[in-house]
Design a protein around this ligand. Structure first.
Ligand SMILES: Nc1ccn([C@@H]2O[C@@H]3COP(=O)(O)O[C@H]3[C@H]2O)c(=O)n1
Ligand SMILES: [Zn+2]
Ligand SMILES: [Zn+2]
Length: 250
């Protein structure tokens, strides 16, 4: 089974020319979404993927550019596709916050029997740091990474060989020792703040300090609108583009 990642968006939270960073893990048998930001439903529409063709959604953390499209997907499955639900893969702690602090405002509707996350999604709780088979041929490991202090955030290992940072601060030890030297990940999709201080995201300046053999595996995502000014200035790392498809190891 060949496995691909297709980027649905590659922009930062405030980018206007790029959609919110999210991705589709694709094969002939599945479409699994990583995050679902406010612009993700539009991106799915543009590549011809309908809500009922999504087999599940993985959630990295709660910011609108990562979960802002969930209400639309769930409501369309419920109302347009007649009571359908997709799977939601997330940790237990994230599930509580996602419903209570984000989705409930728009989706709480006890009169019609919709008052819990489970009323809209088939919620599959995933344990941190445990590689978990979520579909035939797809194992995901959620690892807790630092984005904003005291805020839950997870990066993902996909089949043990591909690393998807979601939103994280720079962590050299994780990238070099764990991801490349120990796990031999060949593909790293990493968020990248192009300029300024990287309080909550890895900056390009920080990522450029990685050894070349690590940089060669890195695709940069979650960047600002001025990305074109940085083409040719990313060392051995490459920008990944909206709707681009890359093959990843099974
Ligand atoms: N402490 C914070 C918190 C948030 N932010 C900005 O808000 C965005 C939310 O989505 P993000 O993709 O995590 O990027 C965050 C920052 O741009 C920020 O700059 N500093
Ligand atoms: Zn983000
Ligand atoms: Zn974030």
């Amino acid at each position: 089974m060949s496995l691909q990642i297709q980027m649905l968006g590659t922009g930062s939270a405030f980018a206007k020319t790029f959609y919110n960073t999210s991705a589709l893990i694709r094969s002939n048998e599945m479409n699994i979404l990583i995050d679902c930001g406010a612009t993700t439903p539009r991106s799915l529409h543009e590549i011809g993927v309908q809500p009922d063709q999504i087999d599940g959604i993985i959630i990295s953390h709660i910011h609108a550019d990562h979960v802002g499209g969930l209400e639309e997907i769930a409501f369309r499955l419920l109302y347009q596709y007649k009571n359908k639900k997709t799977k939601l893969f997330l940790t237990e702690s994230l599930a509580g916050v996602l419903w209570e602090n984000t989705l409930k405002g728009g989706m709480y509707n006890p009169a019609d029997g919709f008052s819990r996350l489970e009323d809209y999604f088939e919620v599959i709780l995933i344990e941190e740091n445990v590689p978990t088979s979520i579909q035939p041929g797809l194992t995901i490991e959620f690892i807790s990474t630092l984005h904003i202090p005291h805020k839950l955030n997870y990066s993902l290992f996909i089949n043990g060989r591909t690393f998807y940072s979601a939103d994280t601060q720079f962590n050299e030890e994780l990238l070099v020792q764990e991801i490349v030297n120990k796990r031999n990940c060949h593909t790293i999709l990493h968020d990248c703040q192009l300029s300024g201080n990287g309080f909550i995201h890895a900056t390009l300046e920080e990522l450029l300090t990685l050894p070349d053999y690590v940089q060669e595996r890195v695709y940069l995502m979650h960047y600002d609108d001025d990305m074109m000014n940085f083409v040719g200035k990313t060392g051995s790392m490459t920008f990944i583009h909206q709707h681009e498809v890359i093959e990843i190891p099974e």
